[in-house]
Design a protein around this ligand. Structure first.
Ligand SMILES: C[S@@+](CC[C@H](N)C(=O)[O-])C[C@H]1O[C@@H](n2cnc3c(N)ncnc32)[C@H](O)[C@@H]1O
Length: 230
């Protein structure tokens, strides 16, 4: 089935948020990083400006800057309306108000849009839809990230998740997934089964992070090839 832009709600986070969600330290940032479902996050733009190697993959990168900008503006009010209705599901300590949230998210997405043409030319934004096979050899990347995509959209189902994570683990030595909750901010029903599937052959750990915006969603899943050193 074709990936329709009007089925996507583009909403992007910043590099500071990625660093906290994924416990990315200075050593990690020196590695080759792949971001899956990065969408309009500004992580790639900010990381590239700081000299780091980040390649982002997302089906929305088949669309033009103008199309993405238009779609971001189209969904902005609806997303903010939903946030207002579900305000109690979130922790308002760092981001204190709905207005501040809108400003922070829009700033991240504008940063992404401003970098999009250059990033595409530099092959930092690559059109790819999981779980399709990626045009990269095994172990091409050190760390693969999924922010607010895998485990969150439980409706995609167990088989989709296993196929997607398995392909990520083929091209990445390690995969980090955040958060471990679903769209209702409840523990994702998929997490336990995903852990059970990989823990025989991989080193699988759940780590607590300092990042919590959806209430209770402060944990990170790390799946690493067993022969990769800590
Ligand atoms: C909620 S957004 C998260 C954006 C970004 N990771 C962040 O945290 O700011 C989910 C992203 O997953 C992407 N996505 C949807 N289906 C996908 C698929 N099959 N493979 C890869 N990414 C997908 C969407 O296009 C969207 O950009």
């Amino acid at each position: 089935m074709a990936f329709e832009l009007n089925s996507v709600v583009p909403w992007g986070r910043s590099m500071a948020e990625y660093r906290e969600m994924f416990l990315l330290d200075e050593t990690d940032l020196q590695k080759k990083i792949a971001g899956f479902g990065d969408g309009p996050a500004s992580f790639n733009a900010e990381a590239a400006a700081a000299g780091f190697s980040v390649t982002s993959f997302d089906p929305i990168y088949q669309f033009s800057e103008e199309q993405l900008e238009k779609r971001i503006e189209e969904v902005r009010d609806t997303v903010m309306q939903q946030m207002a209705e579900n305000k109690d599901n979130y922790v308002w300590d760092r981001i204190r108000t709905l207005d501040e949230l809108e400003a922070v998210r829009m700033a991240a997405m504008r940063h992404f849009l401003a970098d999009y043409a250059q990033g595409k030319a530099e092959r930092r934004y690559i059109y790819h839809e999981l779980p399709n096979r990626m045009p990269y050899p095994d172990g091409a990347f050190d760390i693969g990230l999924s922010s607010h995509f895998l485990l969150l959209y439980t409706a995609l189902g167990y088989d989709f998740h296993i196929a997607a994570i398995t392909e990520m683990l083929r091209v990445c030595k390690e995969v980090r997934i955040f958060p471990l909750c679903d769209l209702d901010s409840k523990d994702s029903a998929l997490t336990a089964d995903v852990i059970a599937h990989y823990q025989k052959e991989y080193a699988v750990t759940v780590k607590k992070t300092g990042y919590e915006f959806q209430k209770g969603a402060d944990r990170l899943l790390v799946i690493r090839r067993k022969n990769e050193m800590e």
